[in-house]
Design a protein around this ligand. Structure first.
Ligand SMILES: Nc1ncnc2c1ncn2[C@@H]1O[C@H](COP(=O)(O)OP(=O)(O)O)[C@@H](O)[C@H]1O
Ligand SMILES: [Mg+2]
Length: 404
């Protein structure tokens, strides 16, 4: 027998620096975003003339280049002017007036301010002092700003606007980034009018634009003959279908290259893209499973093992019986059959199970479930939860259904 490691050894056919396709890598060229970059540069250029730029709101769906373009432009600004400080705030993490101030203060001074515990007026004064002491222009980027507003209404914006007017020697402005065009509709009219922002819109990309983007991103990663044009076209088509999302297209290409490298193939074709899509979708499923509540996970696990025993679709009663066994085995108290039936319907809504209602004549109606995805994979993802990791299928009975 040949050494099974042979295909992993020896020289790699494809050499590629895949970090250049990672999410947080900011490229230095943005095809089809020339106008948006130009608008942003024009507004921010007032700093070079010594005056405070207007606030900016950047609108656009996910994957349309908002975050990376904004990072690129502000980085260029810092290179062009030495009196600018840029604070990038991800509002998925920093979602209150307090945490926003902490982010600004920490970027403006050496000593770290605790994430909790100071009174808000103390942290406000400290932020103000620190910002003033630097003597620089401040640009606060509020990425995913809609999260912030959903969480704290206009309060955080109010605090920022106050900072903008209270600071004397230096000037603070903000760039808010959002995929929600209605984000400002529900905040206080006075805050809204003081915000006095300029808007920049990032429309979705079409397939031919995404094609250009992928090609430009690949230039530094691989030789031009390694990726088939048909593979680029397919990636672009998938990204365009998905609300013009360059992120998904680039992710698929990165995964496809990973697959080709790992398998020691010498080209990226449509096949590698299809495989990448499969893997991408499995990642989405894994994510969905990892965020399920405990009992939903146990029910899903029960559905998986019940199906392993009974390869056909399985009925609610059988899933419930095995669910109780698993609960027993792992030391959890089972929920009622009624609740489990609800959880099963919910799992079907999430697309993790397929539900089938059938009228069985004199036996009444039965509801049965079957796997949408490979049971083995679903089980693997479920057992990643430490509450379930002790589960052993060997303890399950070999057959639950009585032959009639
Ligand atoms: N015009 C473009 N040129 C090159 N790469 C782009 C372009 N637009 C988007 N990207 C890339 O696509 C991915 C998603 O972009 P991102 O800025 O995060 O989108 P958004 O913030 O709008 O969701 C990032 O990896 C980004 O570098
Ligand atoms: Mg973004």
């Amino acid at each position: 027998m040949d050494n099974p490691f042979a295909r992993f050894a020896g020289t790699r056919t494809i050499q590629a620096d895949l970090s250049l396709l990672e999410e947080n890598y900011v490229p230095d060229s943005f095809p089809h975003r020339e106008n948006q970059i130009n608008e942003m540069v024009t507004i921010l250029s007032s700093i070079l003339r010594g005056s405070r730029p207007s606030n900016i709101i950047v609108y656009g769906k996910t994957g349309t280049g908002k975050t990376s373009t904004t990072k690129y432009v502000t980085k260029m600004l810092m290179e062009a002017a030495n009196n600018v400080s840029v604070v990038y705030v991800n509002c998925e993490i920093y979602d209150s007036p307090y945490s926003i101030l902490v982010a600004i203060a920490n970027s403006a001074g050496e000593e770290k301010i605790p994430e909790l515990g100071w009174p808000i007026d103390r942290i406000y004064r400290e932020t103000l002092d620190r910002v003033e002491r630097t003597g620089k222009f401040f640009i606060i980027i509020l990425d995913e700003m809609d999260r912030l507003i959903k969480k704290s209404g206009g309060d955080s914006l109010y605090v920022l606007l106050k900072l903008m007017t209270d600071v004397d020697s230096v000037r603070v402005s903000m760039i808010g980034i959002t995929n929600d065009t209605t984000v400002l509709e529900n905040i206080d009219a006075r805050i809204k009018s003081r915000l006095n922002q300029e808007s920049i819109v990032f429309p979705p990309y079409n397939a031919s634009e995404i094609k250009d983007i992928i090609s430009s991103r690949l230039e530094k990663v691989l030789g031009s003959d390694v990726v088939d044009q048909t593979a680029i076209n397919l990636c672009a088509a998938i990204g365009a279908q998905e609300h013009g999302d360059a992120r998904k297209a680039i992710d698929l290409m990165r995964i496809a290259i990973e697959i080709a490298i790992r398998e020691n193939r010498n080209k990226i074709t449509e096949n590698e893209i299809y495989e990448a899509r499969e893997r991408y979708e499995m990642n989405v499923i894994r994510e969905a499973i990892s965020t399920l509540p405990l009992h939903s996970k146990i029910v899903l696990l029960s559905a998986v093992v019940t199906q392993e025993i009974e390869p056909n679709s399985v009925i609610t009663g059988e899933i419930y019986e095995n669910y109780r066994r698993i609960c027993d085995d792992l030391g959890f108290s089972p929920l009622s059959p009624r609740r489990i039936s609800d959880l099963l319907t919910e799992l079907a809504d999430y697309g993790l199970l397929m539900m089938d209602d059938r009228n069985m004549g004199k036996y009444g109606r039965t509801r049965s479930f079957s796997m949408v995805h490979q049971a083995e994979t679903i089980k693997k993802y479920l057992l990643e939860d430490e509450n379930l990791s002790m589960f052993k299928s060997s303890k399950m009975p070999k057959q639950t259904r009585f032959d009639t």
